[in-house]
Design a binder for this molecule. Structure first.
Ligand code: BG6
Length: 528
């Protein structure tokens, strides 16, 4: 994690600063005309350039099937960057500087020829560079079905050799999710990749780890004496992790039919949020130390068993409804979706972590498309104090005080809120038998506190690869554990299709079953 921690330097030696420039390198962006590259990646490269974070010896070689020369590619990239939501102000002069460093090679990524062309183009791009500046990032922004031939060709062509840790020039490979679609395919993918590259060369992107508040989870705990001591089962009643989206499948019906919410969001993004919240603090703020602790937390998750299935896992699908007053179709009516599909677009589940810190504390996780609001957050609900205010002052019978809740807001409006109880001004305590207590919020927002716009996740992560900081990337064992945790649930669901798939209207907070799921532990889902 690229952080500078000023306090206690002996405990946490600083990692490279976020503002450090990337090393000299060429990024070979495979799948450069694809959706992700055009919508996000090229824009993030531009942002890095505009912020002077790219080396003077940076170049980008786009590779894809379309035949194009450099000039046409630059035009395509220009359109993509100027239309990219994540670009902070498109500036013609800055663009011209970057444009001169963009190149293209066209060909079928599953065939050998294109790799010869890539080799030739890299030779041209790298002319005049010192050997130590001939670093390469191969960014695989490609669909899963071409992944295997690409990895094989990259390795067999000699373009991306396996290297030792400190070797210069370095070769790094960025891999996009999905990292398989089950434990079996996830293991096979790890084997394929690690059969050709060393783990330190592989950067598996989970873009949630590039989000500012997600990075803040650890710092927040480590840096704040008022929170770290209470971060455990003695003080915390439950942890709710929500990733709610208002969008539907957005023309990705085909992909989503084979994926569903668990593979798309829970196996990766949500389990990463859970691991960061539950892990022990690492002894060093360094990639492997952080990842070791995440792995230990994931390993401590109680394995899910089919016998308890009905109790702790809920799946559902969105039906037609309204998002911001606009009528939207149900999932089964989306293009490329099977009309009788049982693919879940919403899931809620309870995880228990069987270790000394968390025994007995439910981690309640949910994610869904077409929900009422776009919001991702980690909400820590604290236990009530031993001192029972309700019994001492005449609160209306049954009206319990609200628990304290600490909310780490990942998006939107990234920040932290602490909810606590305060006396409503008015009646004097000693004189009246009844007082009114209300929950109030103490709020921190990144935008207000630091002014600056936050870097998009992909920008943060790209720079980390150029610097060689793997903290915010998933290691192979984390991917494997993600599948070990979710595979039994998926396998059970797939073997037992529901007689009738539970649904929720688009624009709601999910199906009633999700509420029932946690109600029996005495909890309620938040409606942020
Ligand atoms: C992606 C999923 O990984 O994350 C998408 O494939 C989802 O289905 C997206 O919409 C959500 O990301 P964000 O950053 O918008 O929360």
């Amino acid at each position: 994690m690229a952080l500078t921690i000023k306090a206690q330097p002996s405990q946490f030696p600083p990692s490279p600063s976020r503002r450090e420039r990337g090393d000299a390198c060429t990024m070979i962006l495979l799948g450069v005309t694809g959706d992700l590259a055009r919508r996000k990646l090229l824009g993030c490269v531009y942002n890095l350039h505009a912020a002077n974070l790219l080396s003077d010896r940076f170049a980008l070689l786009g590779v894809d099937r379309l035949p194009m020369d450099d000039a046409s590619f630059r035009e395509l990239a220009r359109k993509a960057v100027s239309a990219c939501d994540e670009v902070r102000g498109f500036d013609e002069a800055r663009w011209s500087e970057l444009e001169a460093r963009l190149f293209y090679a066209g060909g079928d990524l599953t065939q050998e020829e294109v790799y010869k062309l890539v080799d030739q183009r890299l030779g041209e791009i790298e002319v005049g560079r010192l050997p130590s500046e001939k670093n390469r990032i191969f960014y695989l922004s490609v669909p899963p079905f071409v992944f295997q031939p690409i990895v094989k060709h990259l390795s067999a062509s000699g373009l991306a050799p396996r290297t030792q840790g400190a070797a210069r020039p370095w070769v790094r490979v960025i891999v996009e999710k999905p990292f398989g679609s089950s434990l079996e395919t996830g293991l096979a993918l790890n084997e394929l990749v690690l059969g050709r590259f060393a783990e330190h060369q592989v950067y598996r992107i989970d873009h949630y780890l590039g989000k500012e508040t997600v990075q803040n989870v650890l710092v927040f705990r480590a840096a704040n004496a008022i929170f770290e001591p209470v971060w455990n089962r003695d003080h915390i009643a439950s942890v709710q992790i929500t990733a709610a989206e208002t969008v539907g499948v957005e023309g990705r019906g085909k992909y989503y039919e084979s994926s569903g919410v668990v593979r798309d969001m829970i196996q990766n993004h949500l389990l990463q949020l859970l691991a960061l919240t539950a892990m022990e603090l690492p002894t060093r703020l360094e990639a492997n130390a952080v990842r070791d602790e995440k792995v230990k937390a994931l390993r401590a998750i109680r394995p899910w068993e089919a016998s308890s299935h009905g109790d702790w896992v809920v799946r559902a699908q969105y039906a037609a409804g309204h998002i911001k007053d606009k009528a939207v179709p149900g999932y089964r009516q989306e293009p490329d979706v099977f009309p009788e599909s049982n693919t879940p677009t919403f899931a809620a589940m309870r995880f228990m972590i069987d270790n000394g810190r968390w025994r007995g504390v439910p981690f309640l996780v949910r994610s869904g498309k077409r929900l009422a609001k776009r919001v991702t957050e980690i909400a820590i609900e604290f236990k009530h104090p031993a001192y029972r205010m309700e019994e001492l002052v005449g609160l209306t019978p049954g009206a319990a005080l609200e628990p304290n809740v600490l909310v780490l807001r990942v998006q939107p409006n990234d920040g932290v809120t602490l909810r606590f109880d305060a006396k409503v001004p008015g009646a004097a305590m000693a004189l009246t038998p009844e007082i009114e207590v209300a929950a109030v919020d103490m709020d921190f927002s990144y935008a207000e506190a630091f002014g600056a716009e936050l870097s998009p996740a992909y920008e943060t992560l790209m720079l980390d690869v150029m610097i060689g900081d793997a903290t915010l990337f998933t290691r192979s064992d984390e991917v494997e554990l993600g599948w070990r945790i979710t595979d039994p649930i998926l396998a059970h669901w797939e073997a037992n299709p529901p007689l009738q798939m539970p649904t929720y209207p688009a624009g709601s907070w999910g199906p009633p079953e999700a509420h029932a799921l946690i109600d029996r532990d005495g909890f309620r889902w938040r409606e942020p």
